[in-house]
Design a binder for this molecule. Structure first.
Ligand SMILES: *Cc1c(COP(=O)(O)O)cnc(C)c1O
Length: 413
């Protein structure tokens, strides 16, 4: 897609359009993160789907090629030790840790988010007394978390009870063993109150598992500061690790000694190469591992994480809020009134890094936007999702997206 297509297709918007375009340029010029965009492979497309698949960091292709050519091709088996393959899950985990407010030694990379949800939820329930016979799950959770939590409930002989995230504080009680909540709702972009919910779950004597898929890399999480028990997240959204990149598991240091993983594979054994018949768990983050790590994907992720060097998550959050505020202002100015309804909460304290707009024929509207070079996505039943990734989204991108959306919604059906 080219800039020209944006200009040709944009309908003649209201007067405000020109003023907003100029303001976008000024905001971009003053943006302290403007230099980060150069670390990514991007074109003139307005890419607002980094909350689904982050863009490719420039360091990744060379690093992956090197791992394949030299480490696998020439060193072969020696790379497990000489190239540091064996300890990669903990090394990459420690690289993710500062982005989610975790001290070193508590995060391990590997497997998918779905698999890590199982480890964390079962692990949390196994820390609870038998009388605690229920697991609470965020009622609007990303589906995989709900499916896995239901299986975790069957495995541990508990009942799964869905409750709205906002009601967790009220609903958690003496029967609750564990609670699974999404930090940011994948559909609406609502940010849930991690400090408040964590404190309420603890007051009820239970443990909490946070799914950080839509918050890690977009806003400060503060796992250690808020005393979170377990957390999981993927790395292919705001962390730009690539399609299907390994996920991660956080087990707070205080729980590591008692953590009883439902998937005690040989990589989590205290002496994996002793090849013992009996299982003795390793100490620390290693206990969250299962089988042989996915080295090629993990190498891509490790290289991708370099874009965070010298970046403060607080700075990312400030830009994210400024971008979503500005986008909403542009939507207000460019889109026919009444044609979209914002499903994302407006207060900053309740907003993640995406804007979800409900509109009629949302699937067709998004298809047309993509054709015009503005890439967001559609979620059932009527949601247009626009993800703002502060390392590479500009204010001009936000303006162009709103202007194109206005043009699509004004065009005769
Ligand atoms: C993206 C996402 C997932 C994805 O799970 P995978 O196992 O990586 O496919 C899970 N949970 C949430 C909340 C997500 O946003």
């Amino acid at each position: 897609m080219s800039d020209t297509s944006a200009r040709t297709h944009a309908a003649d918007g209201p007067e405000a359009g020109g003023e907003l375009h100029e303001r976008a340029a000024r905001l971009d010029a003053a943006d302290p993160l403007r230099g980060s965009r150069a670390h990514f492979v991007l074109d003139d497309t307005v890419y607002l789907d980094g909350n689904s698949l982050g863009a490719l960091p420039r360091t990744v292709p060379g690093r992956v090629a090197e791992v394949v050519r030299r480490e696998w091709g020439e060193l072969r088996i020696r790379s497990w030790t000489e190239s540091g393959w064996w300890t990669m899950p903990e090394r990459v985990g420690d690289r993710i840790a500062p982005l989610i407010g975790a001290a070193p030694g508590q995060v391990v990379a590997g497997d998918s988010t779905s698999v890590n949800v199982l480890k964390a939820v079962v692990g949390a329930v196994r820390l609870a007394d038998r009388e605690r016979d229920e697991i609470l799950v965020d009622a609007t959770t990303f589906p995989t978390d709900g499916y896995i939590a239901a299986s975790a409930a069957r495995m541990t002989g508990r009942t799964l009870r869905p409750v709205e995230a906002a009601a967790v504080a009220r609903e958690a009680g003496p029967r609750t063993a564990a609670v699974l909540v999404n930090h940011v709702d994948y559909r609406t972009g609502e940010l849930h109150d991690l400090p408040g919910i964590t404190a309420a779950v603890h007051a009820a004597g239970a443990r909490v598992v946070w799914d950080l898929c839509h918050s890690a890399g977009a806003l400060p999480v503060g796992l250690d500061a808020h005393g979170v028990d377990f957390a999981v997240g993927c790395t292919y959204k705001y962390l730009n690790g690539g399609p299907g990149a390994p996920a991660y598991l956080y087990v707070a240091a205080a729980h590591q000694g008692a953590f009883d993983s439902p998937l005690p594979g040989w990589n989590s054994h205290a002496e994996p190469f002793a090849m013992e018949a009996g299982y003795t768990p390793a100490d620390g983050a290693v206990r969250g591992r299962v089988g042989t790590p996915d080295i090629l994907s993990m190498a891509a992720l490790e290289a991708a994480l370099e874009v965070w060097d010298g970046v403060r998550v607080e700075e990312v959050r400030a830009k994210s809020l400024a971008l979503t505020d500005f986008f909403l202002e542009c939507v207000e100015a460019c889109v026919p009134s009444g044609s979209v309804v914002c499903a994302t909460p407006l207060p900053h304290g309740r907003r993640g890094s995406q804007i979800a707009l409900r509109c009629a024929d949302a699937a067709a509207v998004m298809a047309e936007l993509i054709r015009r070079g503005v890439v967001g996505d559609f979620r059932e039943p009527d949601v247009l999702r626009f993800g703002f990734t502060p390392l590479y989204t500009s204010f001009t991108d936000a303006w162009r997206a709103a202007r194109e959306l206005g043009a699509v919604l004004r065009a005769p059906a």
